[in-house]
Design a protein around this ligand. Structure first.
Ligand SMILES: Cc1cc2nc3c(=O)[nH]c(=O)nc-3n(C[C@H](O)[C@H](O)[C@H](O)COP(=O)(O)OP(=O)(O)OC[C@H]3O[C@@H](n4cnc5c(N)ncnc54)[C@H](O)[C@@H]3O)c2cc1C
Length: 830
């Protein structure tokens, strides 16, 4: 057995096998896959094998689409038939809201080149007469997907991997991981059968691997322990039943009827497909428990849990309603197996937190569907350094160290329970909340805050009258909350508003090597002491890895502020870059101070008046003037008794200051500002209004306009890129040229809806791009969006069309910062 390899993949389910295949295919020699039992003996063997293309996420849709295309081509390459039945996938809607959801999803499908069609109830009945359709509004139909045999497709990928030179070793368990500075030394134990269990023998070897990928399925908690990290992947029980033959179905097929597509009755939380003249019914029922929170017992191998029929009774009755002919069919077989979940339902794919050359591919709930694409894109990340799509939404570091087993288990149960709920774009999930709260949380709640969840933090989305029900106000169009966000946005444009921005990620970087390091690490000129800049850290491929506001506190001390949703993601990249460069640049200290500093952002034409009333200064009336406190500068000031690091900048693009303060003084500061704001009609403002306002200023947001699929030049931010200096990723950035360009659009959309930032953009008949953000502009009284289009269609004044609710709406590319392009209000003196 080899003991020195380039890459060691741990886990021989669909996911690990695909990764080994794609690494070997990409040209890596010495790829080894290790499986503690048999290939597919984890969750893979008992999957129903459905391959749904439907997914609301851009990255995941790309992954699923790749898999479906790849599986179709696998037989020609390997000679193994994986039993791909391309029967299509029919998603039925019982309500208009569900149709709205499908129309929003169709935007994502369209931007990822996934074909779809709409069917009326009559068209469904005509094609598949056994389906009851009177209570349906319609359906979304994908004719290119269907179902596959999970074990066969895994074996086909394994054969393909071997053909490309990979080695697969079974009955070996990866047990301990040691990084020796340049490679992983992985202690592996031979597994043996004992009394029906699979147990560790005394035989051990050490495999040295430059890279390790874990794809350990239900064993993710054990893997996390072995690696000394946290992985929020914990399985939940999932059931499907196989029914005896349905005589009506047998007759229908005998008479030449086409096989039914996979039929999804989302409003009844179930999916159905044909199986040898009968039906398989799979359900996403309530109260399915998390399992194996602390690891999988030795006694559980390719096993199942007992069927819990009571739990799925409701969905079973709904199936009889939908396909009445199955009523007499008996139960032939049942499957209740562990299905791995994560708190947000997306798998965890990418570099492991804190570790070098350690890659995770864990937490797959649609692992058969996702395996092909995951292997493809992860291999790109490992072999080429970056994937062709932005994989950030799947990054394992999107949860921080604050995450616990209890959190992951309860959140994963919720995620399972929510698979078929209406996924409103303004959805907020309730489990495990509140958990991370800024001190002013109770005060904000008492004033009607409706909170959103950002990386565990509670952050006000908007404020509504007491008794307002956020859940009932959600919509695919303008929700019941919309009017409150409009009032808040107007308050900032016309008066003054206060926003809680405590969730921001904050780092201090200091020491003799700090200046040279940051100059290399980021694209913009570093600010002078007391000033700030907006700047980007790039990937080695020249695309945007992080956006920072950098405050230079002293010659060699910097305060870095980045997006709140990405704390560990940013911290990990920064720490690793510092480790790599310290020898070259000199000693650099890096501290994550996110939870030490609260942030209240005050903005609006009257914001200076509010602060003037509470600032302690020898000359308070001039302390905040342009002369003493110019735009884009930072100062230590005192507001009442609170020491504040104030930054004259506002994400809303209005006169304003970010007030960074010791977090333990937040309530004092909040009360002080609230009182001082009273005479000026200051309003508390949430994140939704802020998001609309930043679009009026064309401020790009990280995770939407800014990410690893575009360079800052494509984001059209050349003013923050200093091409006269050398910086990390510069050559690669320039080599990309401009593949697509970021633009701002004003939209003449429907009277009851705004775009959400997923919609396709058309130039005549040509699809030219997509929106990445969308909302409402109070300054222009119409919908607004930002997105990427082909460079030849990016001129200001170009008329485009945006697809919303299955219709095309006119829109026009406007100049950057359509509101106050000269920044006059931000710079206003006083
Ligand atoms: C009832 C049911 C129906 C499902 N239906 C579908 C469906 O229709 N479509 C779909 O896409 N998905 C479906 N799924 C989900 C799907 O089964 C999983 O997402 C998928 O199998 C996960 O694959 P994996 O490779 O990540 O994990 P697994 O298949 O669990 O593989 C992980 C492997 O790693 C091995 N391993 C763990 N630790 C070690 C170690 N330290 N050393 C060596 N080996 C190790 C394990 O033995 C195991 O074989 C279903 C799940 C269930 C329960």
């Amino acid at each position: 057995m080899k003991t020195n390899v380039k890459a060691l993949v741990v886990g021989g389910g669909a996911v690990g096998t695909s990764i080994a295949y794609h690494l070997a295919k990409a040209g890596w020699k010495d790829v080894m896959l290790l499986e503690r039992d048999e290939l597919t003996s984890g969750s893979t063997w008992h999957a129903a094998g459905l391959l749904p293309l439907f997914n609301m996420s851009f990255a995941t849709t790309h992954i699923h689409k790749y898999s479906v295309d790849f599986y179709k081509a696998l037989e020609a390459e390997t000679g193994l038939n994986a039993g791909f039945a391309v029967v299509g996938n029919l998603r039925m809607a019982q309500t208009d809201e569900r149709m709205d959801e499908y129309m929003l999803y169709a935007s994502t499908a369209e931007t990822c080149d996934v074909p779809y069609e709409w069917l009326t109830p009559a068209q469904i009945k005509e094609r598949w007469p056994l389906i009851r359709t009177e209570d349906l509004k319609g359906a979304l139909y994908h004719h290119t997907d269907g179902y596959i045999n999970p074990a066969d497709v895994t074996q086909a990928m394994a054969k393909g991997a071997r053909q490309h030179g990979a080695v697969i070793e079974r009955k070996w368990q990866a047990d301990a991981f040691h990084w020796n500075g340049s490679a992983w030394e992985v202690t592996c134990t031979k597994m043996v059968e004992k009394g029906g269990n699979l147990v560790a023998s005394d035989e051990q070897i050490v495999i040295t691997a430059e890279h390790v990928v874990t794809a350990s399925g239900n064993h993710a908690q054990t893997t996390a322990k072995k690696l000394g990290i946290k992985i929020p992947a914990i399985p939940v029980e999932h059931q499907f039943i196989v029914m005896d033959q349905d005589p009506a179905l047998v007759e229908y097929r005998k008479n030449g009827g086409a096989e039914h597509p996979v039929v999804r009755d989302a409003d009844a939380q179930s999916y159905v497909r044909e199986e040898r003249g009968g039906w398989i019914l799979g359900v996403y029922e309530k109260n399915a428990p998390a399992v194996f929170e602390y690891g999988v017992p030795d006694s559980f191998r390719a096993d199942l849990f007992p069927l819990d029929l009571e739990r799925i009774e409701e969905q079973y009755m709904a199936m009889i309603h939908r396909v009445p002919s199955c009523e007499e069919s008996g139960l032939k077989d049942d499957f209740n197996g562990p299905i791995c979940y994560t708190p947000d339902g997306n798998p965890l794919v990418g570099p492991a937190p804190g570790l070098r050359n350690m890659w995770l591919a864990e937490g797959f709930s649609f692992g058969i569907t996702a395996a092909g694409g995951t292997g493809y894109y992860l291999a790109q990340m490992m072999v080429d350094g970056e994937a062709e799509i932005d994989m950030a939404s799947l990054d394992p570091k999107r949860y921080g160290d604050w995450m616990t087993t209890e959190f992951a288990a309860r959140k994963n149960e919720e995620c399972y329970d929510h698979v078929y709920i209406l996924h409103h774009p303004d959805e907020e999930r309730p489990a495990c909340r509140p958990l991370r709260t800024s001190p002013a949380y109770d005060r904000q709640a008492a004033r009607g805050a409706q909170f959103g969840w950002v990386n565990g933090w509670e952050r006000p989305n908007y404020y509504a009258p007491m008794g307002f029900n956020d859940h009932d106000s959600r919509s695919f169009r303008r929700g019941g909350w919309w009017q409150y966000a409009v009032e808040e946005a107007k308050a900032i444009r016309e008066g003054v508003g206060l926003v809680d921005a405590t969730a921001f990620t904050k780092h201090i970087v200091k020491g003799p090597g700090a200046t040279a390091f940051l100059d290399w690490f980021t694209t913009n000129k570093l600010p002078r002491v007391g000033r700030i800049n907006l700047t980007y850290a790039l990937t080695a491929h020249g695309t945007t890895r992080t956006e920072y506001t950098i405050v230079r506190l002293s010659e060699d001390e910097y305060y870095l502020v980045s997006a709140g949703a990405w704390t560990e993601y940013d911290a990990d990249y920064l720490r690793k870059a510092i480790e790599d460069k310290e020898a070259e640049f000199g000693r650099i200290e890096c501290q994550n101070v996110t939870t030490q500093w609260g942030v209240l952002a005050i903005a609006g034409p009257k914001s200076r008046d509010v602060l003037n009333a509470v600032i302690k200064d020898a000359e308070p009336e001039t302390a905040l003037s342009n002369k003493r406190f110019p735009w884009l500068s930072a100062k230590r000031i005192e507001l009442g008794m609170c020491p504040v690091n104030a930054i004259r900048v506002a994400y809303t693009g209005e006169l304003g200051w970010e007030l960074h303060h010791p977090i333990e003084m937040q309530n004092y500061l909040f009360d002080l500002l609230e009182k001082a704001g009273e005479p000026h009609g200051m309003k508390l403002v949430g994140a939704r209004a802020q998001n609309w306002l930043r679009m009026e200023k064309s401020y790009r947001a990280f995770g939407t306009e800014l990410g690893r699929d575009a360079t800052p030049l494509e984001a059209d931010l050349p003013r923050f890129v200093d091409l006269s200096k050398d910086f990390h990723g510069k050559d690669a950035m320039e080599a990309h040229g401009i593949r697509a360009k970021c633009v701002t659009l004003l939209i003449d959309g429907p009277s009851d809806a705004d775009p959400w930032g997923r919609e396709a953009l058309y130039h005549g008949d040509t699809r030219t791009g997509r929106l990445t953000s969308g909302g409402y502009s109070v300054a222009f009284g119409k919908s607004i969006g930002m997105g990427y289009v082909k460079p030849e269609h990016a001129e200001v004044g170009t008329k485009l069309q945006v697809k919303m609710q299955d219709k095309l709406w006119n829109c026009e590319i406007v100049e950057d910062s359509p509101y106050d392009p000269a920044n006059a209000t931000i710079r206003k003196d006083g």
